[in-house]
Design a protein around this ligand. Structure first.
Ligand code: 13P
Length: 252
């Protein structure tokens, strides 16, 4: 059985004090069951949040890592540094990194490999913009992102990957993909993985949905056979909304 995962992406929100408060509440409310919960915090929060986590099903993640291993790259944070702060996960290729910071597929491929070399689980994001969906190009866009970002990995390395499908038009807009749209794309992604790495790997790869996921729509989204959880932005910033999404799995 593949993992069910709900990951919170705090983005550039929360002071250190606010972030540690939120992490304490989430740590208290997380239940020891089969849902893996991940807090993807800003870099400066990592080691403090790491000290707070006591639950076996709660994990720490970063939102990005450098594309170089170490050295003279002022302002960058390496995968090794992230690992040393206690993180197990790192988001790679979020649409905000792709658009605001011009991160392309080959750069993201380097980041994925550095993350894996440093024992971090990449949460690899893909997703089309509205114009691409309207033009009927969404499947090709996601396919290209996944092929270029991930498909030169060995089977062993790929088996550690988590994928997050985040249609850009659904991020922070309040307009989520419908359950049908999410399931359609997730099934296509799993099919691509099957073709490249075989059934067993594809069956075990968690594919998360992201984009205006909230307690009121999480159950409908997560109930789909190829939707294995969510990558949550805005709703991860309050413990009640975030845990409402985590608990949605209980109703399925
Ligand atoms: P929202 O949940 O705020 O739409 O953001 C989704 C996201 O970008 C998570 O990475």
């Amino acid at each position: 059985m593949r993992k069910k995962i709900v990951a919170g992406n705090w983005k550039m929100n929360k002071t250190l004090a606010e972030g540690t408060e939120l992490a304490k509440t989430v740590n208290r409310l997380v239940e020891e069951n089969d849902v893996t919960v991940v807090l993807c915090t800003p870099f400066i929060h990592l080691s403090e949040v790491n000290k707070i986590i006591t639950k076996d099903s709660l994990f720490l993640g970063a939102q990005n890592c450098a594309s170089e291993a170490s050295g003279a790259y002022t302002g960058e944070v390496s995968a090794q540094m992230i690992r040393s702060a206690g993180a197990d996960y790192v988001i790679i290729g979020h649409s905000e990194r792709r658009s605001c910071f011009r991160e392309d597929d080959s750069l993201l491929n380097k980041k994925v490999k550095l993350a894996l070399e440093n024992d971090l689980i990449p949460i690899f994001c893909c997703g089309e913009i509205l114009k691409e969906r309207q033009a009927g190009k969404h499947i090709q866009v996601v396919k290209t992102q996944i092929e270029n970002g991930l498909f030169d990995l060995t089977t062993e390395d790929f088996s550690k990957i988590v994928i997050a499908y985040e249609p850009v038009w659904a991020i922070g807009t309040g307009v989520n993909a419908t359950a049908e749209q999410a399931q359609e794309m997730h099934k296509i992604i799993r099919g691509l993985i099957t073709d490249r790495y075989g059934h067993q790997i594809a069956d075990n790869t968690p594919i998360l949905y992201g984009g205006s996921c909230k307690p009121s729509n999480a159950k409908e989204l997560f109930a789909n056979p190829d939707v294995d959880g969510g990558l949550i932005g805005g709703a991860s910033l309050t413990s009640s909304d975030f845990m409402g999404i985590v608990y949605a799995f209980k109703e399925i």
